[in-house]
Write a protein that binds this ligand. Structure first.
Ligand code: NAD
Ligand code: DAU
Length: 338
């Protein structure tokens, strides 16, 4: 199988590329990534070394239809997995231009380019956030309404609608996957878990929005990869698959666990102004993936969190390098000094 992975230098994309190349000798990966602040070729140094025969990288933009068409042809691609996106909700609240460009126009460019190729499958990597927010009860299933609340989730929902429309209209073999919150190695430390870990290591305050009562359903990145691998092999075009971790936790609990594992005082927790339009709770019903394809998440949260903390402890030079001047300027302008 020859896969075009987009956004493969980001957090989930790089974990997926490593996962799938290790697991299946018959897989080759072409990685197309624009290398935004969130994309980092360092995330793939070991992959370049170990899998040079089955892996190649192209620096470029998914909005560039001609480039995508050329890559599809030259690499004899039969599947596309589209991870490329602007992904941070807080950034989308500050300015959503890049989100509309990459997540909507970029996804459309990929879908258009795919129409001319002889593809077996196009997997659009979406998110539970397109469903909006839950109250205290219930879970999102594939039939739940699309009700996005942030500019980020609205842009991902638009991409989902386009993907579905290309299946219905042009019979492009598209599958949409919607996953809950990922954590693990190589995550840019602006997202909750790596932010908590890196701040705690440096004895800096851990900023918790509002009262810390918002709930996310956490999944280890490798479990997300195993779900995608299963869907690549056995998923049905035209279908939507929810992916979840069965691990609902309040943000405050996650912060306390990080501090306890690092033996740091809970007094580092600092309650800050809430995120506008902050979704209260996400929880995924992934019965369909479980019963139809036999997938379940394998990693227990405590174990995955420990492994993630160990990774950040061992890779503090990686952390120092991703905090570029550009990122620190952006941070200071919006949140004060780090
Ligand atoms: P990330 O921000 O870590 O990485 C995104 C990658 O996309 C980066 O390498 C970046 O350089 C690349 N990129 C951005 N714009 C591009 C463009 N125009 N052309 C080519 N490459 C471009 O993101 P992530 O957290 O790894 O998320 C990957 C995908 O999974 C996204 O589609 C996201 O919506 C989805 N998702 C993420 C989560 C999560 O918890 N992080 C959960 C569910 C779904
Ligand atoms: O649910 C899937 C989504 O998960 C993905 O689609 C997004 O790409 C990904 O960024 C993530 O979105 P969230 O907004 O849930 O993730 P984030 O890490 O930004 O925030 C997680 C929770 O923690 C959320 O309730 C907001 C809160 N938070 C976040 C930050 C950055 C804080 O309390 N303090 C913070 O400093």
């Amino acid at each position: 199988m020859n896969i075009l992975v987009t956004g493969g230098a980001g957090f989930i994309g790089s974990n997926f590329v490593r996962f799938v190349l290790k697991r299946d000798q018959n897989v080759s990966v072409t990685n197309l990534d624009k290398l935004t602040y969130a994309g980092n070729l360092e995330n793939l140094f070991d992959v370049e070394e170990k899998f040079s025969e089955r892996y190649n990288f192209h620096h470029g933009d998914i909005c560039d239809k001609l480039l995508v068409k050329r890559l599809l042809k030259e690499n004899d691609i039969d599947c596309i997995v589209n991870f490329a996106a602007e992904t941070h909700v807080d950034r989308s609240i500050i300015d959503s231009d890049a989100f509309i460009r990459t997540n909507v126009i970029g996804t459309k460019a990929l879908l258009d380019a795919a129409l001319d190729a002889d593809l077996r499958l196009f997997i659009q990597i979406s998110t539970d956030e397109v469903y909006g927010s839950l109250g205290q009860d219930g879970k999102f299933c594939e039939e739940s309404g699309i009700d996005p609340n942030s500019p980020y989730s609205a842009s991902k929902a638009a991409a989902d609608h386009l993907s579905r429309a290309y299946f219905k209209t042009y019979k492009l073999p598209v599958i949409i996957t919607r996953c809950s919150n990922n954590y693990g190695p190589y995550q840019f430390p602006e997202k909750l878990i790596p932010l908590l870990i890196t701040n705690a290591i440096e004895n800096k305050p851990l900023p918790i929005y509002g009262a810390g009562k918002n709930i996310r359903d956490w999944i280890y990145a490798d479990d997300h990869s195993s779900a995608i691998e299963m869907i690549l092999n056995s998923g049905i075009p035209g279908e939507v698959y929810n992916i979840g971790g069965d691990c609902e936790l309040e943000n405050l609990t996650v912060a306390e666990m990080v501090l306890d594992l690092l033996a740091k005082p809970r007094s580092l927790i600092t309650f800050v102004k809430d995120r506008p339009g902050h979704d209260l709770r996400y929880a995924m019903d992934f019965t369909k993936l479980k019963t139809e394809l036999g997938w379940s998440p394998a990693m227990r949260f405590e174990t995955g969190l420990k492994q993630t903390i160990d990774w950040y402890l061992k890779n503090q030079d990686w952390v120092a390098r991703v905090f570029t001047k550009e990122y620190l300027d952006y941070y200071e302008q919006n949140y004060g000094s780090r």
